[in-house]
Design a protein around this ligand. Structure first.
Ligand code: MF3
Ligand code: CO
Ligand code: CO
Length: 254
């Protein structure tokens, strides 16, 4: 059994504000995502917005080697932890933008998919099915539910649509720290025995691939790609377990 923190009402209020800002960043950046802009430019626009709202990026300097940018931007066959760079977006690119902020000491973490120009039917379907998987995982959340059920519903929907589910990266408890217990698996495993309680806060952030589920990390120590170079998509919300179910803390206002 992992030691999952139950957040106090005061902590929940602080985490709610951090999540509101993290979602506002993703709302704000949408209109900037276009063919020709570089991911570094997108990263700088988001970092300025975060600073202007009295927060900082949780990503910059995180881990070992320290993450070198303010947000993760993962294109096409990049599964997650893509490092913003000076390459312009091309027509047909699909990208995940993952933003985690620290506001008054509390963490808000979320990500969404964006597209540059017209994208393929397959890419659209991958993006939509991945979003459906995240929402099905969220709908499981209530006191007394098992974390295992999240992985079960996500895996079932992904496989029914002939996509694979990444196993090397998981959702996680979050709020007081960036990555807390528990690990939230997006696939089914009998090893998962944790049960949800009111006041727990965690992310659900499934990654689905068109091809096989296997991933590898590039030499930069961060960029995760599909081994077979197939397209990958991801969505992430931060969720509070309430008395009767769940509250999505990172809803879009758009
Ligand atoms: N935001 C990512 C997550 O969902 C973690 C990014 S760590 C970073 O857990 F260092 F790459 F930013
Ligand atoms: Co996360
Ligand atoms: Co994230």
């Amino acid at each position: 059994m992992s030691d999952i923190k139950i957040k106090t009402p005061e902590q929940i209020e602080g985490i709610r504000k951090a999540c509101r800002l993290a979602a506002d960043v993703l709302d704000m950046i949408g209109e900037h995502v276009k063919v020709g802009i570089t991911t570094e430019e997108l990263d700088n626009i988001m970092n300025q917005f975060i600073l202007d709202h009295g927060a900082i990026s949780a990503c910059f300097g995180y881990g070992d080697p320290g993450f070198p940018k303010y947000t993760c931007i993962s294109l096409n066959h990049v599964v997650c932890h893509g490092i913003p760079n000076d390459k312009p977006l091309k027509k047909g690119d699909i990208l995940n933008i993952d933003v985690t902020v620290i506001l008054d000491g509390y963490y808000g973490d979320n990500s969404r998919m964006y597209t540059a120009g017209e994208v393929s039917t397959l890419a659209k379907r991958l993006i939509d099915v991945t979003h459906e998987c995240m929402m099905k995982g969220i709908e499981v959340v209530k006191p007394g539910a098992s974390f295992r059920e999240i992985g079960q519903v996500i895996q079932k929907h992904a496989h029914a649509n002939h996509f694979s589910v990444v196993e090397d990266f998981c959702g996680h408890g979050v709020g007081i720290e960036f990555h807390e217990a528990p690990l939230v698996l997006h696939y089914d495993s009998p090893k998962v025995t944790d049960v949800m309680q009111e006041g727990m806060i965690f992310t659900i952030e499934p990654m689905l691939n068109v091809g096989k589920y296997a991933c590898k990390v590039l030499a930069d120590g961060w960029t995760v790609v599909t081994r077979d170079r197939s397209l990958s998509a991801q969505w992430e919300h931060q969720i509070l377990v309430t008395a009767t179910g769940y509250e999505i803390l990172t809803l879009s206002k758009l």
